[in-house]
Design a protein around this ligand. Structure first.
Ligand SMILES: NC(=O)c1ccc[n+]([C@@H]2O[C@H](COP(=O)([O-])OP(=O)(O)OC[C@H]3O[C@@H](n4cnc5c(N)ncnc54)[C@H](OP(=O)(O)O)[C@@H]3O)[C@@H](O)[C@H]2O)c1
Length: 288
């Protein structure tokens, strides 16, 4: 039986991994989060506390560490830069160093926001990162710490994640409750990715020794506007949806305009193809 430590276990991805792995007799789960939960199935561990990370890892000796913890509030990262750096860069650094000490595998989750979004073709893993936001910059710093801090690492760059928790799908459905008209940005492109589909890739990769950087988004691409349209179609809601340009939707953080990722390493290295985004989204809506 392998011991799998999950950080950020209360978040979207952490919960999806729990769903996939909890009944698998091959794994014993060690779930942690900055804040513990009431029934104590999730233990308190703030990944920005180096001594606590070392102590936890030394004590429990996980075979695999999956880092799902991050400061994901992209706009807040602009005003809380130090906190963003601690959670998105230093936390992964401490986990990488601790993993290296005990020879554990580390699966670290990163983002499409490490790219500047000026491209016109899907980004492969060889593309040169050039983040345009604090979130992207701190996540890239985290990737670098992981790459240099331990040998047995997987970095999975994903995008537009939805699962249990706060996300675009939930926001759209909530807005539709009280608004007859909703405006959504139509000139930013990417790929909605279900947390469950991402969790499946993680479970697949952690059984291999094929370390390195992977892009891991659902197949296909769309705009936020088209995604919103699909959400309302699937939910059977009639909403007056207006497509607007990014220039009309001011946010603290700049977002990449085009951040479609090509899962080349998964496809060519393993013959692994993630679900098309619409198919994965239908699966999610069936369960919602
Ligand atoms: N969501 C997306 O659209 C998206 C896109 C691309 C990449 N990613 C990456 O995918 C990964 C998983 O994202 P997600 O959507 O599951 O995020 P999420 O739902 O925001 O979950 C993140 C979890 O990390 C916890 N956390 C934050 N700081 C922590 C710390 N210092 N120590 C321990 N736990 C901490 C949070 O706890 P609290 O809630 O208690 O603060 C939360 O439970 C992250 O690495 C993220 O950067 C996400």
């Amino acid at each position: 039986m392998q011991k799998v430590m999950i950080t950020g276990a209360s978040g979207q991805l952490g919960l999806a991994l729990y769903r996939l792995l909890k009944d698998n007799p091959g794994y014993r789960l060690l779930r942690t989060n900055a804040f513990a939960n009431e029934d104590k199935t999730i233990q308190e561990l703030d990944i920005t506390e180096e001594a606590a990370v070392n102590e936890y890892v030394r004590l429990h000796k996980p075979d695999i560490i999956i880092n799902c913890a991050a400061m994901t509030a992209v706009d807040l990262c602009e005003s809380e830069q130090e906190e963003a750096y601690r959670s998105n860069a230093l936390g992964p650094k401490y986990l990488a160093l601790a993993a290296e000490q005990i020879g554990a595998k580390l699966i670290h989750v990163s983002t499409d926001y490490v790219y500047d979004g000026q491209g016109k073709e899907p980004y492969t893993e060889e593309a040169v990162p050039n983040p345009v936001s604090i979130y992207g910059k701190t996540k890239l710093a985290g990737d670098e710490f992981v790459r240099t801090g331990c040998k047995r690492y997987f970095i999975l760059r994903t995008a537009w994640v939805y699962g249990e928790g706060k996300n675009f799908v939930k926001t759209m459905l909530r807005l539709a409750e009280n608004n007859s008209k909703i405006k959504v940005v139509a000139d930013q492109y990417g790929t909605p990715t279900s947390a469950l589909e991402l969790a499946r890739v993680i479970v697949f990769l952690m059984g291999t020794e094929s370390y390195g950087i992977y892009h891991a988004t659902c197949e296909g691409s769309t705009s936020w506007y088209e995604f919103a349209k699909t959400i309302f179609e699937e939910a059977g809601k009639t909403v007056d949806l207006e497509a607007i340009p990014t220039s009309e939707y001011k946010t603290a953080a700049k977002r990449p305009m085009y951040s479609v990722l090509d899962n080349k390493a998964l496809r060519e290295g393993h013959g692994y193809v993630m679900k098309d985004w619409k198919e994965a989204f239908k699966e999610y809506m069936k369960e919602l």
